[in-house]
Structures are given as C-alpha cells and as structure tokens.
Design a protein around this ligand. Structure first.
Ligand code: ASP
Length: 290
C-alpha cells in the first residue's frame, strides 16, 4: 500500500489533473494506493477571502464566489467527456449553492466564527476530490471516495485541530480494510470533532492527512507530489542556486520543515517517523521516468 498526496498545483486545472490520473494509474500497476488531494490551487485563500468579505457586509463576496464556481465548472468541462459532465456539473453547483447560503448567513449576521470558517474552507478539498473521483469513474478506474471527516477525528480547535490518534487510527484502518479496494481517494485537510462538526488540520494540512492515513494503514511509502523534485537546500525563489536534496533523513526533513521549507507541512513528519514510513517528494510535472 502506498499513499500519494497531490498538492494544490497538481490539481489546479484539468491538464494537471490528467497528469495526476496518469501517475495514479502507474502507481496502481505496482501496488494498491490511497490518494489524498488538496483543493484546486488557491481555492482555500479565495474561500477565506470570500467569507471574510461577507462578514464585513461587502457584497463582493458574490462575485468572488461565482468566479471560483466558474473555475471549478471549467475544470469539469475540460476534464470529463461531454456525455458524462452533467452530474458532476450539478454536484459542483450544489456545493457552491451551499457555500453561498453560508456566506449569506455570515453577511446578515456580520459574524464569522472559526467553526463557520472551517465549514466554508472544507468545500475546497471536497470539491477537488469529488471532481477527481468523477474523472476516475469516467475512466472506469474502480475506487472508493471517502469523506475524511468520517475517519479523522480531532478536538474542536477549529482552524488547527489536534488529531485523536486512538480513534482515527482505528477508523482509517477499518475503512480501508472494509472497503477492500485497490484505490481510495480522500480529501486532505478536513476532519471532524467528536460531534461530527467539520474541523481542519491547519493551513497546508493535506500533507498531514496523508501522513495520518499512511501511518494508520501501515503504508510503506508516502509520496508527496508537488511542483518541485524534492526538498531544497534553500527557498528557490530567494536563492538562485538552491539544490534539490535527493535523499533526506526524517530528522533532517523535520528540521528543514521547521525552518520553513514549504514542501512538507511540519506535523506530517511525526506519524510517519514513528512508523518508519519512507517519504518521497516527487514532481508531478517531471517526465514519467525521472
Ligand atoms: N488547501 C489547504 C491549504 O491551502 C490545505 C492544503 O492544501 O494542504 O492550506
């Protein structure tokens, strides 16, 4: 069993999602796989900005939301065969209607709690994973989409919730064993508290979702698919001769991520370190045989 996590850039548009599908296909030819995805690149920021505008009685939340909806609909149109688009298009519209209803409430009350914010941002990963799931179905790639909120249980610290590993490890394991599939698909970042209220694991938390699932299922490898080929010696945007580190120990990875290396979200390291799971940082956009 292998866990593959795809970040926001990897699922930012239809072209990139097609690359993801090809990578998943290749992985499946060797082993069973669990795929974890972020929201379409930039979506979480837009959702936060949208609902914050609503809380300030700024009507612009409507145009922001409709632009984000258009972007998601466009991805579906480019990704899916024409005769199989309609159910996914209506699914996307239904979700955006729900977001709009929540934003209307926030607008009227001029009040935005961390709990409501989590409720809104969760739609990013729900949408990206459901769109990818529809694509896999259209290709007859049998899989099971799982709502991470059903299996990852946290406390109620909205925005940066702490995982209850006793409950979570059991439920992740059970869902993967009971599911008896070669391929599972989970939205990253989202979870729920003991009352089944939606929580999130902190910005960048999809890596953490993947690590939690890898540790709970005893996966051998956790692959973080992103837009660089490994952890780097320095931030490539600041240091022009930054080098990729091909092999990195867990403790070095942890150190680097604490120093701000953006490739892996820091809490990700702990669960996989305890289980001795190998972390590979891979480039979604590099040629297949790199
Ligand atoms: N979408 C979330 C964020 O932008 C989580 C993630 O991508 O890891 O923070």
């Amino acid at each position: 069993m292998r866990v593959l996590k795809f970040g926001g850039t990897s699922v930012a548009n239809a072209e990139n999602m097609n690359k993801v599908v090809a990578i998943v296909k290749r992985a499946l030819s060797e082993d069973s796989a669990i795929v974890v995805v972020s929201a379409l690149g930039g979506t979480t920021d837009v959702l936060i900005d949208t609902v914050k505008s609503a809380s300030l009685r700024d009507e612009s939340f409507k145009t922001k939301l409709s632009a984000l909806e258009k972007r998601h609909l466009q991805v579906v149109k480019e990704l899916m065969p024409v005769d199989q688009q309609s159910s996914t298009l209506s699914l996307v519209k239904r979700h955006f209607n729900e977001i709009e209803n929540i934003c209307e409430g926030v607008f009227l009350l001029q009040e935005l709690s961390p709990r409501t914010l989590d409720n809104v941002v969760a739609y990013g990963e729900l949408l990206s994973s459901l769109i990818l799931s529809a694509k896999l179905t259209s290709l007859k790639m049998t899989h099971q989409w799982m709502d991470s909120r059903e299996v990852i249980t946290t406390n109620s610290n909205f925005g940066n919730a702490a995982v209850d590993f006793d409950i979570t490890n059991k439920s992740v394991k059970k869902c993967v064993t009971d599911g008896n599939k070669k391929l599972f698909l989970f939205p990253g970042f989202i979870s729920s508290d003991a009352n089944k209220v939606t929580t999130t694991l902190g910005r960048g938390g999809s890596d953490y979702t993947a690590a939690i699932i890898a540790a709970a299922t005893g996966a051998k490898v956790l692959e973080i698919w992103t837009d660089v080929s490994g952890m780097m010696t320095a931030d490539p945007r600041l240091v022009s001769n930054a080098k990729v580190i091909p092999n990195i120990s867990y403790s070095e990875a942890m150190e680097l991520s604490h120093f701000g290396a953006k490739v892996i979200y820091p809490p990700t390291i702990q669960p996989v370190m305890e289980k001795n799971i190998h972390i590979l940082v891979k480039n979604t956009f590099a040629p297949a045989d790199e």
